[in-house]
Design a protein around this ligand. Sequence first.
Ligand code: CTP
Length: 440
Amino acid sequence: MIKVITYGTFDLLHIGHIKLLERAKQLGDFLIVGVTADGYDQLRGKINVQQSLIERIEAVKATGLADQIIVEEYEGQKIDDIKKYGVDIFAIGSDWKGKFDYISDYCRVIYLERTRGISSSEIRSKNRNVNLGIKGDLADFLSRFQRESKYVNGVEINSICTDNIIAMSEEVKSLPFVTDDYSEFLKNLDAVYIHGSISSHYELTKKALESGKNVLCESPVCETKEQCAELFKIADENNLVLMDAIRSAYSTAYERLILMVKTGAIGRVLSVDVTCTNMNSFIENKRYNSFKNWGPNAMLPIFQLLGTDYDDFKIYSRFDKNGDDVFTRVNFGYKSSTASVKVAEGAKSEGELIITGDKGYIYVPAPWWKTDYFEVRYENQNENKRFFYQLDGEGIRYELVAFIRAIENKKIIGNIDKEVSLAICDMMDNFNSGKNLVKI
Ligand code: CTP
């Protein structure tokens, strides 16, 4: 009996897949199909897969062409499978020509002609094409954002609204629509990404929502809980998505560590301690804005793990002669736990995240907000575990995938929910009004 094996994602199964499976089947008597697991796809840069592993397996099964279906979970598994199942032929589409020649040490390798004019990527783009506009003035970051959007199927950036066009990269300047008129800009869009000064977020977001546009806004969305609640209400009433853009929330390592803590890996959480500092403002001689710039990011793990219903808080800040905070610390008291935030643009500390539990703790090294790695540590060091998850593009592309998904589903799934956004805005208000604030 000749055994043939082939692999693929098989997302939104199409005629190209079916023809490939038919050709592979004809090469022998028994066809094994390896369907890639979500985590493996993510690792190799396929971040947009629309169907779950189960759905993709079911679709391959329904073709009736596979005699056996397996899941591909790791780099190098193909060789293991070929040995394990006694495979004679490895078959794959011609788009992979040459890439799997190394397998010929183990069995015959055949590249089969790929069907022209169809791919899962194209179908995904056609199914959902969100026309996203950028509103903001920070040239470097917006160029990165635009570049990252190209990794995401189903989102297209054609316009920018900025007061700082001179500073923008050539790539951004050559977008089809460049303007400083926000009303004009909003006319031909499905969604807006807002990255302006924090004090402008409320007005910009409100106007976008009232014009029927979905909004992804850098955090904080605004500076009071009331304004934030009002914006979410407008979004809900108009069936639109309003999403907080804190990139850390969308990195796989961060998502996994939150889940791990919630499922009890370190027992009951007693303390969440977060530090974020950078001294760019100091170097460039700009004004300090430690809590506004870092607060949302630093409060994220606290509110996601301990909830937003804290009993008390106290803010300690050092202000400079301009009245700007060079350093701020916030202590939170909960019924059965505590938390602390330490943020600074005019002071330096270790940017780590430590989650203390009654069985062990989680340690995320600096800079934790760009995390691809964390450790779960116990009293008995032999039980310690290390976790690494690839983080590409600082999380921007994952954030965009989550935003597009939220637009499709008309609701934010996982990541940053409304309560967390409201609590962040509330703390901005407390800070601005000096509530429970001690100057040090
Ligand atoms: N395939 C093919 N013809 C196509 C598309 C895919 O023969 N038009 C083959 C691939 O070469 C591979 C298998 O089908 O052997 C599974 O491919 P997969 O990567 O899942 O499909 P794509 O449509 O290429 O997916 P994507 O656009 O996400 O890369």
